[in-house]
Design a protein around this ligand. Structure first.
Ligand code: GLY
Length: 373
């Protein structure tokens, strides 16, 4: 299907006054009345690694590992490790934006296709590589998910080094947020002009919700990565620092198996980035894999999940209007035969970027969006 231009779309909907926005979304996303555009990834076959747009180096590394015969889950976990350790990515691992108390809490899940086993950690502090801890949960326990202090104790038991994950830049961003919470509190917003260039808060991270103060960073950001070998074995991984300035203990979709990540070696793998609550409420990754099982291409599967999220979003503060969310979610899907695709709820007319690596090399491709913004 082609990207939906919201203006054109509403104009069409307006011509038929009886057509609700929700119905219009469903009709347009189903490709009714429009030529369904081809998405080249849906036709790809063979080994492949797909990731969110912040994972270009991730897919390159993971694909090289898969090509060298490394297990696809180990390859994906190694690949996302580059972003977990990157202080400049404020949505994942070291350098991620902290919770409302200024503490970085990380979430991650992993799943291994051939054994259908999963591991996850949530609200983990002081460990740079939560995906590696999630992998240890999978490999060395009879559990799926460890949280908070228990996850940290487990990481310590396995010798993971501890360090403060709050970089100066993330701390500056947190202070900026705190200074802008209320004009009536005692945290005054100075303009922080004395921040060195490399420590100043980044402000263009993600689409903030309406009313978010100007100049204050915001992110739902995350990295998802799924890999498939030439033999059709899959591994999948999602890792994040989660929603910026969240309530301490808040857990997003990333460590929830079936929401932020899911893998079924008979079908494919999928993952999500964006507003975790919406993905949890729709079991996004599980839904995408089941869509592929029913015959959808990876791109169609991602779009089907996003349509359901749009149609079922009812919380007024999260809607532009009924059926039109003001937040973003991006889905990624990789089929057992190597077909891949992505789609985003909102994005530019040129599509939403995602990273992929195949035998043709690592690159950024663009996925269809439900609402052009
Ligand atoms: N998708 C990341 C989060 O909501 O925490």
């Amino acid at each position: 299907m082609t990207p939906i231009d919201r203006r054109a779309f509403l104009a069409a909907a307006g011509a038929s006054a009886a057509m609700s926005a929700a119905k219009a979304i469903a009709a347009s996303a189903a490709g009714e009345g429009s030529e369904r555009a081809a998405h080249p990834g849906d036709d790809h076959r063979g080994p492949a690694v797909i990731a969110s747009a912040n994972g270009l180096k991730t897919v390159e590394l993971a694909f090289a590992r898969v090509a060298a015969g490394v297990d696809p889950l180990l390859a994906a976990v190694e690949g996302v490790g580059l972003v977990e350790a990157d202080p400049d990515d404020m949505s994942v691992g070291y350098g991620g934006l902290p919770n409302e108390r200024g503490v970085v809490q990380l979430d991650s899940s992993v799943m291994h296709g051939p054994t259908h086993r999963a591991g996850a950690v949530a609200a983990l502090e002081n460990i740079v590589h939560p995906a590696r801890v999630a992998l240890k949960v999978l490999q060395t326990t009879d559990h799926c998910l460890l949280v908070g202090q228990g996850a940290l104790d487990f990481a310590r038991a396995h010798g993971f080094p501890e360090q403060n994950l709050l970089t100066d830049r993330a701390r500056a961003a947190w202070l900026k947020w705190k200074h802008n919470l209320s004009p009536a509190d005692d945290w005054l917003d100075d303009d922080q002009t004395d921040w060195p260039e490399d420590q100043a808060p980044q402000t263009r991270l993600d689409h903030p919700p309406p009313g978010w103060p100007e100049g204050v960073p915001f992110t739902w950001g995350t990295i998802h990565c799924s890999a498939v070998t030439g033999a059709g074995d899959l591994g999948s991984c999602t890792t994040t620092s989660g929603l910026s300035f969240k309530i301490p203990g808040r857990v997003g979709d990333s460590p929830i198996v079936g929401a932020g990540m899911f893998c079924d070696n008979a079908v494919g793998a999928a993952g999500a980035t964006g507003r975790g609550e919406a993905v949890i409420e729709s079991c996004g990754a599980f839904d995408a894999v089941r869509e592929m099982e029913r015959g959808a291409t990876p791109t169609e599967a991602c779009l089907a999940v996003l349509r359901r999220i749009a149609e079922r979003s009812t919380r007024q503060r999260r809607l532009v209007e009924r059926g039109v969310p003001n937040f973003n979610v991006t889905m990624y899907a990789l089929r057992k035969d190597g077909a891949f695709g992505s789609a985003a709820l909102r994005g530019p007319a040129g599509g939403a970027p995602f990273a992929v690596c195949t035998a043709a090399g690592a690159r950024i491709e663009h996925a269809p969006v439900l609402f052009v913004v």
